[in-house]
Design a protein around this ligand. Structure first.
Ligand code: ARG
Ligand code: ZN
Length: 866
């Protein structure tokens, strides 16, 4: 096996969207027979293949690390000169139009540390095929536009693997001699191989049922380790809510008799939408008050919904090729965001989603890895499961939904589902359905799929007192990105309102379409200069720069009736003060304090909204506002303002903290909002420097009946150097040392901490007996969190860079996909001073000199240096 892997590691190849060609051979049917075993699994595949189009090319079946033990065509075993291996792929010249091809291979799931293909995870056997994992299981045309009907038979030791699951419906099972058993599953829906899945193991089931809108009964199962069963209730509720929501909002009904979800501990990302058998990272299934924060609960709900919604946006209609990935991911993120908004607070959900977009996607869009929502080329497709494809992709759908309005948007999605059901479609197909169903012209809008980079919109509002008019001048620029030096103006939908500062009212929300580089809009009937509220609801994923004064922003932070715009005004007020003070300008901190006081004492506001609005912008977001990021100055300025807010409003923080103490845990929006507000009050109280701050935090840590308050108290303590810090970390460790998901929080909290010794602490935690590179969640909770801690990661010693680079190098040998995800923070070197930039580059260069570096890391590190 080892030899094969090394011979298949071909030179980095660039795949281009413009090279797309329909498949040479189709595979309408496949039968898979698995003889499962952790050390040696045998796979017998029978493919019915049909020549596609008038060409005479041989059959080429992708493979990665596979050696054929037998190859048969139409029942006859081929000799060794009748097939060839080419870059891992099996090539067979076939004479006719249709044949039956059989292959046998052997796999070692327990040695599969990449977690792609068939692998072992704490006693289970499971699969991950998207994007190109199926070729690690059997020889097959591993591309999403080859759709097949699957029949799967599994055979395994019954004691070790009592449960055998695959896609579709179960159609048979039975016992075999020698303590073995078998099961057969049939999936009636033709699907691409990236949606194939099987699971074998000792699993317990939370079983439930759902009756669809046409009266079909669906058996639902959430399969976990027996001890985890009590932690599956929230996921089951989320699943049933999602099924009902997709019927109500999109008219989409589930289509099989069973729907199963399995939680596994070792998983490269969030979850996977395999047809009828979703496989999840256990962190997005398991939740109870003792171990899950409110954020974790929301994560479970959102990801369960996301994977379920893929059944239509992804499975019934899949992608023609991987350049179309956002067709399913952008749309499905938009769908899960809308669902979560309906289940909780719409305003807070939008604020959270924009915060994620800005933190992840705007950063990506302004760096060396920037790419369009529909990329033109890639080296390793796993590197393109990005915030741009997912989150910016969702914003594109959201803009189209806004421009169409709810009825026409629904008509367009109906058309899309009807027109392309059962097909492998393109982003262009989606946009055309929006045009045809909505009766709009999206010619210019298509640039959003083609052009990378976050557009900047300058908004200047001029008032003419004599004419009684206000003129809004909008100017847009789209920055150059790799491979795209010059950009065309985009079609940018901006929701705008003009407020009369006297009455505090506006005359209605308007949707302005900015389509030119520069455009002016005139509004009449304004004797007094109005106050501009722009990009309300974050109607377009752009950066807005305006000439609004601090007084205007304070006004909007108190009066804007669009909750996102109100939040945004407050954030901008804070950004101006922080960036001003970093630049050594005189700033009015009192205005921030006053605005926070006003918001925090407004009885009309939802506490969850208040908590969002009064929170200071992150250090990373402040860095994004600067020409050259100065992590130390940002940290110092933010800490100082935090302390000032803490001191100035200390009685208020004490009041809120005492007044939000709940009696018993509940997941009601009110209870969640109260916890969110309580935690930020605690944070400001401790930031004030009050003598009893650490004691109060420790009290909350100790008394909390839920993880939301316990972890927030721990995080607050972890920033400082009190005795309570060490005590709380020890207690937390001892309480959760045997619970991997919760122990992740212990690592993560320390890696995120604003503690002067964080770099050293992370270096020590890397050596901790509970740290391992083989579990992606554990790696992310230490190194992913650390790389997101701007102040610590960018420590001017450069030690933070070395720590992360060392991790990338070591992890690349185990799990390249997860290693590659740690590269982008190092790739942002152009944003920093020369000293830091040189050290970051040096680490990237060091990574690239490693022998046998994966394609995943090669692409990310190489592009980062270009
Ligand atoms: N389709 C999955 C989801 O978003 C994610 C698959 C990620 N695959 C990867 N190679 N990173 O629901
Ligand atoms: Zn997805």
């Amino acid at each position: 096996m080892a030899d094969i892997q090394s011979t298949t590691a071909a030179a980095p190849l660039i795949i281009r969207r413009s090279d797309y060609r329909p498949p040479d051979w189709l595979v309408p049917e496949i039968t898979l027979d698995f003889d499962l075993d952790a050390a040696a699994t045998r796979v017998h595949a029978t493919l019915s293949v049909v020549r596609n189009g008038g060409q005479d090319r041989p059959l080429r079946l992708d493979g990665d690390g596979l050696l054929p033990l037998e190859v048969k065509v139409d029942g006859r075993a081929l000799g060794p000169d009748e097939w060839a291996l080419d870059g891992g792929a099996l090539v067979i010249a076939l004479p006719g139009q249709a044949h039956v091809v059989e292959t046998r291979v052997e796999l070692a799931p327990e040695g599969n540390s990449k977690l792609m293909g068939l692998y072992a995870s704490s006693g289970l056997l499971c699969t991950q095929c998207e994007a190109e994992g199926f070729r690690r299981i059997t020889f097959f045309p591993d591309r999403p536009d080859v759709l097949s009907r699957y029949t799967v038979r599994m055979e395994a030791d019954k004691a070790r693997y009592p449960v055998l699951l695959a896609n579709g419906d179960p159609v048979g099972q039975g016992d075999l001699p020698g303590g073995r058993h078998w099961a057969r599953w049939n999936d009636p829906f033709p699907k691409p191989c990236y949606l194939f899945a099987l699971v074998a193991g000792d699993l317990a089931c939370n079983a439930d049922r759902f009756v669809t809108m046409s009266g079909q009964e669906v058996a639902l199962g959430i399969w976990v380790k027996k001890a985890d069963l009590p932690r599956t209730a929230h996921a089951m509720k989320a699943l049933k809510d999602s099924m009902a929501w997709d019927e109500r909002v999109y008219g989409r009904e589930y289509d099989l008799d069973v729907f199963n979800i399995v939680a596994v501990a070792d998983f490269n990302f969030g979850a996977m939408e395999n047809k009828g058998l979703n496989i999840f990272n256990s962190r997005y299934i398991l939740a109870d008050p003792e171990t899950a924060t409110d954020l974790d609960y929301d994560g479970v709900e959102g990801v369960v919904a996301h994977e379920y919604f893929h059944n239509w946006s992804g499975n019934r209609i899949t992608c023609r090729d991987w350049f179309q990935l956002s067709l399913k991911e952008g749309f499905t993120v938009f769908r899960d965001q809308s669902f979560s908004a309906d289940m909780g607070s719409r305003a807070v959900k939008r604020i959270e989603d924009v915060r994620i977009l800005r933190a992840a996607q705007f950063q990506e869009d302004s760096g060396p890895l920037a790419h369009p929502v529909r990329p033109e080329s890639y080296m390793e497709i796993s590197n393109f499961y990005t915030a741009t494809i997912y989150n910016k992709g969702a914003e594109l759908i959201r803009m189209m939904a806004l421009m169409l309005g709810p009825e026409r948007f629904r008509a367009s999605t109906d058309l899309y589902f009807e027109r392309h059901d059962g097909e492998a479609a393109t982003c262009e197909d989606f946009v055309r359905a929006m045009e045809d169903g909505g009766g709009v012209d999206l010619a210019q809008f298509r640039l959003w799929y083609e052009q990378a980079g976050t557009p900047r919109v300058r908004a200047l509002l001029n008032h003419d007192a004599d004419a009684g008019t206000a003129e809004l001048v909008l100017e847009q620029t789209v920055p150059p990105t790799p491979g795209q030096p010059d950009k065309k103006p985009m079609a940018i939908p901006l929701r705008v309102a003009l407020f009369d500062p006297q009455s505090g009212q506006h005359r209605g929300d308007q949707l302005l379409m900015l389509t030119e580089a520069k455009q002016a809009f005139t509004f009449t009937g304004f004797a007094q200069p109005p106050v501009l509220s722009i990009n309300r609801g974050f109607s377009a994923p752009v950066i807005v720069e305006s000439n609004r004064s601090q007084a205007d922003l304070a006004f909007l932070s108190a009066r804007d009736d669009d909750p996102f715009a109100r939040y945004e005004a407050m954030q901008q007020l804070m950004v101006n003060v922080l960036v001003g003070s970093i630049g050594g300008q005189p700033v009015d901190e009192a205005a921030v304090v006053a605005a926070i006081r006003h918001t925090a004492t407004d009885p009309q506001l939802d506490p969850a909204f208040v908590a969002e609005a009064i929170r200071l912008p992150s250090e990373a977001y402040l860095g994004d506002q600067m020409a050259v990021v100065d992590p130390d100055a940002i940290h110092a300025a933010r800490e100082a303002l935090q302390r000032r807010i803490g001191e100035a409003l200390e009685p208020l923080w004490r009041d809120i903290h005492a007044g939000t103490k709940a009696n018993a845990f509940s997941l009601s929006p009110a209870a969640k909002g109260a916890r969110k507000l309580r935690n930020i009050a605690l944070h400001y109280l401790v930031a004030s420097g009050a003598q009893d701050g650490p004691e109060i935090a420790f009290g909350q840590f100790h008394e909390a009946d839920n993880m939301t308050e316990r972890q927030a108290a721990l995080a607050t303590l972890a920033n400082g150097a009190s005795d309570a810090r060490e005590a709380a970390l020890d207690i937390f460790y001892n309480r959760y040392r045997d619970d991997a998901l919760t122990l992740d929080k212990w690592f993560q909290t320390q890696a995120f901490a604003f503690h002067p010794d964080t770099v050293q602490l992370v270096a020590e935690l890397r050596e901790h007996k509970d740290f391992t590179l083989t579990n992606p969640n554990r790696v992310r909770s230490l190194f992913g969190a650390f790389a997101g801690n701007q102040w610590a990661f960018h420590d001017k010693s450069g030690k933070g860079y070395r720590l992360v680079a060392d991790c990338i190098i070591a992890l690349d040998k185990i799990n390249p996909q997860t290693a590659a995800r740690l590269v982008p923070p190092l790739g942002r070197w152009r944003r920093f001073d020369e000293g830091r930039a040189a050290m970051m580059r040096a680490e990237l260069e060091r990574i690239l000199t490693e022998p046998d570096l994966s394609r995943d890391v090669t692409e990310q590190a190489g592009k980062s240096l270009e």
